[in-house]
Every structure is written in C-alpha cells, then in structure tokens.
Ligand binder design. Structure first.
Ligand SMILES: NC(=O)c1ccc[n+]([C@@H]2O[C@H](COP(=O)([O-])OP(=O)(O)OC[C@H]3O[C@@H](n4cnc5c(N)ncnc54)[C@H](OP(=O)(O)O)[C@@H]3O)[C@@H](O)[C@H]2O)c1
Length: 299
C-alpha cells in the first residue's frame, strides 16, 4: 500500500514507518523539516518525506496526500508551550488532516489517540484528544482509533529522562506519591497494531485501548529501571501543590518545561486498561517491560 503518515519522524511514528517499510509498504511522511528528514529517510527503504504542517492549509495537505491508499495520523503533543496548543494540534489539526484526506480521496484512516481520552476529562490533553477522535468517527472513513497508555522505546522521554537523572544524581524526583498507575506498552508492539490494522477490515470503526500486560505505579517503573541499571537511588517526593507552583513558574521561563500542570493533572488518575481485546484482535503477545529494560539499560 501507499501510506501517508503524519508524525512519522517522532518516537512512535519512526517505528511505524520502519515496520511499514519492512512490510513492503511505501510511506510518505509529513514533516515540517523535509531537509532533516531526507537524511533520516535514506536509511529506510520506501520512505519519502514530504514537507507540510497540520496547522497549515488543507489544500496543501490534500495535494501531498493524493495517490495514497491510507492515512496514519500520529501527530500529537504532550506539552503545549512553544507549539500552537492542544486545540490547534489535536482537534483542529485532525480536522484538517481528515478534510485533506477527503479532498485527496483517501478513505482508510488510522488515528493515534491516547488512553484516558474522553468527554469531560480533567486534562486538557485528553479532552482535545477525544474531540479529535470524534472528528475521525464522524468522517465517514474506514477508521480505526488506538488509545495507548505510555509508550516506551529507544526515543521515549519518560525512561530516557529518568535514566539520565539516575546516571547523574543520587536523587530521583517524583511528583506526589508516585502511586498513580500506568500500563506501559512497547513502541514496536504499538507499531505492529498500526501496520496490521491497515488491511484488517474487522478493525474498521473500532477503538482499541492499548497497554502492556501489567500496570505499574510510577515508583514501580522507576524501581525496575534502577534495578536494570544496577543503581540504588533515593526518591525525592515533591508535593503536588509545590509541583503545580513550579509548573506555573516554568511557563514564564524560556525553554521546554520539565513538566506541566496538565501532566500533573494526568498523574492524578490511573492510566490503565484491559489489553485482552487488543491482543485478541491482533493476535499479539506483548513484550514485558522488564525484558526491554534489561536489554536497553542493563550493564
Ligand atoms: N509517547 C507516548 O507515550 C504516547 C502515549 C500515548 C499517545 N501518544 C500519542 O502518540 C503520538 C506521537 O507521540 P510521540 O511521543 O511519538 O511524539 P514525538 O516524538 O514528539 O513526535 C511528534 C511528531 O509530530 C510531528 N509534528 C509535530 N508538529 C507538527 C505539525 N505542526 N505538523 C506536522 N507534523 C508535526 C513531528 O514531525 P516533524 O518534527 O518532523 O515535523 C514528529 O514526527 C502523539 O499523538 C501522542 O499524543 C504518545
């Protein structure tokens, strides 16, 4: 197939694009920096970067989308600062990508959402992700929506950031109690579902929650990470009110904030699901996080 991918140069998208290539599909990868993406794409057969921006004109997006059999829409942000914001990126960006796909005559649409997306969610991230899902549901396309919990892999921010801190510092900062649960899933398992779904008509009109086989508290994940690195560190708990004050302060300082108020809000609820429907639909066995941690961070 010829597949148009948004977000294909990112942490998750790269694995999707690599697997598309390995599976014999061509991908046209939307990027704001086609020059930088060209060198990267040279290392992956059948991958062609195309310049574009999901906050830009629909007509331009439709032009670069023409001739494709499917769209995989992955673009999303977790931190608004320095970007056009959640509404513009998730909701309006998805509206544009959907509209462009209509103009380009592409009917198969695979959409990246997030676990916790729902109407009236406390986090702005989840509310805008849900609004984007609704646009996809109402598109008239053959759509499939995926809602992953946290995704780990070579380029993820969560494990890599904490591994970096653990290498340098005796203290590991934890916001609040660190008891909030996540259900991490390996990026290559996520990619398998996205790529397999392309040709599975039984996934049309379906929304799949995605998580690994086990839920862990944030502190459990950090303990497993430290164990794989062979390090002992002390957890330095930051009360949520203090973290919120710091997050407000980061808004006024230059650069990317280490965390935001919206992320603190998300930490206040568990981000877990039952992976059985996903595993059954895609015939998957999911990689245990412990296995990945020892391969990536073990000595
Ligand atoms: N990471 C997780 O744990 C996780 C969990 C659940 C859901 N998700 C969702 O998965 C998606 C990907 O996350 P990620 O962690 O892979 O993100 P990422 O590494 O930050 O990648 C972001 C991608 O979006 C592209 N992009 C950003 N702004 C754009 C714009 N205005 N127009 C076109 N492309 C744009 C970037 O391409 P260029 O820089 O090349 O333009 C890049 O390919 C997001 O929707 C996120 O909400 C992620």
């Amino acid at each position: 197939m010829k597949v148009f991918v948004t977000g294909g140069t990112g942490h998750v998208g790269e694995s999707v694009v690599r697997l598309l290539s390995e599976s014999g599909h061509d991908s046209r990868v939307l990027t704001r920096d086609a020059e930088a993406a060209r060198a990267w794409a040279e290392t992956i057969p059948r991958v062609y970067p195309v310049r574009g921006d999901i906050t830009g004109g629909v007509h331009q997006l439709a032009e670069v989308m023409k001739g494709n059999d499917a769209v995989i829409h992955i673009v999303g942000i977790i931190i608004e600062k320095g970007t056009p914001g959640f509404e513009a990126m998730h909701t309006e960006g998805t509206r544009r990508v959907v509209e462009a796909a209509k103009q380009a005559g592409v009917k198969r649409f695979i959409h990246m959402s997030a676990l916790g997306a729902r109407e009236g969610a406390v986090a702005h991230y989840h509310r805008t992700k849900f609004a984007a899902e609704q646009i996809v549901r109402e598109s008239g396309f053959d759509w499939t929506i995926f809602r992953p919990s946290i995704i780990y892999g070579e380029y993820d921010e969560f494990l890599n950031t904490f591994a970096g801190i653990a290498r340098l510092s005796p203290l590991i900062p934890v916001i609040g109690s660190g008891r909030g649960k996540l259900q991490p899933i390996w990026v290559k398992d996520v990619a398998r579902c996205f790529v397999s779904a392309l040709e599975m008509s039984e996934t049309f009109g379906q929304t799949y929650e995605m998580g690994g086989d086990k839920a862990y508290s944030i502190k459990e994940i950090l303990r497993l990470l430290l164990r794989s690195m062979g390090k002992r560190r002390i957890f330095a708990h930051m009360p949520v009110v203090v973290a919120r004050m710091k997050a407000k302060m980061f808004d006024y300082l230059p650069g990317k904030p280490p965390f935001t108020e919206d992320q603190i809000t998300m930490l206040g609820e568990d981000n877990v699901c039952d992976p059985t429907p996903l595993k059954e639909a895609f015939g998957l066995s999911l990689r245990p996080m412990e296995d990945y941690l020892s391969e990536r961070f073990g000595k």
